[in-house]
Design a protein around this ligand. Structure first.
Ligand code: GLY
Length: 413
C-alpha cells in the first residue's frame, strides 16, 4: 500500500512509525515530515494545507491512501479535494472538521444530539464576555472559537487573565470566544476511528495538559500521556460511545456531513457524570504516541478501511498487554517563547523505549530544537509503573541542555 501522510509533528512521527512497521505499507511519503519521519519514510516538502499540492503529490505517487495528520489541512478542505480526485482519504471533510474548527459549532451539535457537555456562552463583544465571566465565575474557562494551535484555551482563577485572553480572541478577525462552566474530575481522551457509519474506539488515554508537576502552571499542548487507564471502569469506552460518540456521529450524518477519520473525544469524568470538554478531528498529541505503541493490529488497513467506508468488515482491533507512557521534552520558555536552536542528541531506539520527534530540524547535520515541544519519549512496561520507569530511564539518555519535562507523567490524577 502506498501511503501519503500529511504533517510534521510528533503525531505524524508516531503515525509514520506505525505505518512503516506495517508489512502492507510498500511506500510511505510524509509531507513535509520532520527528521524523525525522514529516518523511516520519504519526506517531501509540500504545503499540506494547499489542496492542489496534496492532490498533485498523491496522484503522482499513485497513493492508495492519504492520511491527514493535523487539523489545519482538514479545515482547509484537503480531505475533500483528495476524495474528489478519487483517492481514499483518512480525514474528515472541511464541514465535518468544524467539530474541531469551531467550538461554537461543536456545542451546537452536542446540544442537538443531547450529548453532555459544559454549559457555555458564545461571546462576540467585550460586554458579552464580561457578563459571561460574571455569570460562570471562577475557575474561568475561556476558549477561542476557531483553531489556535493549542493556545486557544485558558483556565484560570484570575478574572483579569480570563478577560485579557477573551479580549485577545475577540480582537482577531471574526473573533468569537466561548466562556464555559469549569468541569472538575479527571480528563480522558478517547480516539475513535470512523468511516461515516461504523466506529472503532481505540484504548482510552490520559493527557497531562498543564506545564509543571502536580498539574501546576499554564495549559500546554500536552506534556505527556499514558495508556490504558488502570483506574477506569472496564466499560468506559462503551459508555463514551453510547453517551457521546454515537449520538454526535448520528447528528453529523443527519446533517448530510458524515464524519470519516479520527474523532477525538476529550472528556471530563465529573462528579455529575461524563462531560465533553472538546472534540478534535484528528489524532491527539502526545496521546497518540502511547496509544499506537500498544496497538497490535497493523494500522494501514484500519485507516484504509475507514477511508473506504469498510470498517464494519474489519476484525476487532488487537492490543498488546501492558502499558505505554510518553514523556514530552520541551524547550525552555515553552509554552511562551521557547528557546530554539539548541542541540538535541537522542539515544538509539530499543524495543521497549524510543523517541518521537516533534519540534526538531537538522542544521548542518546536527539535530536542533525548532519548536516548543521538541520530542516525546515512549516507554513500554508490563504495567503503568514499569512503563513510566522505562520512559524516564530512556529520557535520561536524551542530551538536550535547553530542555525540561514533567517528572510525574504516568502518575494517575
Ligand atoms: N493532547 C491534546 C491535543 O492533541 O489536542
Amino acid at each position: 500500500m502506498k501511503i501519503l501522510l500529511l504533517g510534521s509533528g510528533a503525531r505524524e512521527h508516531a503515525l509514520a512509525r506505525a505505518l512503516a512497521r506495517d508489512p502492507q505499507t510498500t511506500e510511505l511519503v510524509v509531507a513535509p515530515g520532520n527528521p524523525g519521519t525522514a529516518a523511516i519514510a520519504t519526506n517531501l516538502n509540500i504545503d499540506p494545507c494547499v489542496p492542489d499540492e496534496v492532490v498533485a503529490l498523491a496522484t503522482q505517487m499513485r497513493a492508495d491512501l492519504v492520511v491527514v495528520g493535523p487539523e489545519a489541512p482538514l479545515v482547509a478542505g484537503v480531505a475533500d479535494a483528495v476524495r474528489d480526485a478519487g483517492i481514499p482519504c483518512f480525514g474528515p471533510s472541511a464541514e465535518a472538521a468544524r467539530l474541531e474548527g469551531s467550538k461554537a459549532f461543536a456545542k451546537e451539535i452536542m446540544t442537538a444530539a443531547g450529548v453532555p457537555t459544559a454549559e457555555a456562552a458564545v461571546c462576540t463583544t467585550e460586554a458579552e464576555l464580561c457578563a459571561a465571566l460574571d455569570r460562570f465565575g471562577a475557575p474561568y474557562v475561556v476558549k477561542e472559537d476557531g483553531l489556535a494551535a493549542g493556545k486557544g484555551v485558558v483556565v484560570t482563577s484570575e478574572r483579569a487573565a480570563a478577560r485579557d485572553h477573551g479580549l485577545a480572541c475577540l480582537s482577531r478577525e471574526g473573533g468569537r470566544v466561548l466562556v464555559e462552566h469549569y468541569l472538575d474530575g479527571p480528563e480522558i481522551s478517547l480516539f475513535c476511528v470512523c468511516d461515516g457509519a461504523t466506529v472503532r474506539p481505540l484504548a482510552p488515554a490520559q493527557d497531562f495538559k498543564r506545564l509543571a508537576d502536580g498539574d501546576a502552571g499554564p495549559n500546554t499542548g500536552g506534556m505527556g500521556a499514558y495508556c490504558p487507564l488502570p483506574w477506569a471502569p472496564d466499560d468506559l469506552a462503551a459508555e463514551v460511545m453510547a453517551q457521546v460518540v454515537d449520538p454526535t456521529l448520528a447528528e453529523m450524518r443527519r446533517r448530510g456531513t458524515p464524519f470519516t477519520g479520527l474523532l477525538y473525544a476529550g472528556l471530563a469524568l465529573t462528579s455529575r457524570g461524563m462531560r465533553v470538554v472538546e472534540f478534535n478531528a484528528r489524532f491527539g498529541d502526545p496521546e497518540t504516541q502511547a496509544v499506537l505503541a500498544l496497538l497490535a493490529t497493523p494500522l494501514a488497513p484500519v485507516l484504509l478501511a475507514a477511508a473506504r467506508g469498510e470498517l464494519a468488515e474489519l476484525p476487532p482491533l488487537a492490543w498488546r498487554d501492558g502499558a505505554a507512557v510518553v514523556v514530552v521534552e520541551a524547550a525552555s520558555g515553552y509554552p511562551g517563547t521557547p528557546v530554539l536552536g539548541g542541540s538535541v542528541e537522542l539515544p538509539a531506539d530499543v524495543s521497549d523505549a524510543w523517541t518521537i520527534q516533534a519540534g526538531t530540524r537538522l542544521a548542518d547535520g546536527q539535530l536542533v530544537a525548532s519548536g516548543g515541544r521538541v520530542l516525546g519519549v515512549v516507554g513500554l512496561g508490563e504495567d503503568l509503573e514499569a512503563a513510566r520507569e522505562r520512559a524516564y530511564a530512556h529520557l535520561s539518555q536524551v542530551r538536550f541542555p535547553d530542555g525540561f519535562h514533567r517528572t510525574d507523567i504516568g502518575v494517575p490524577h
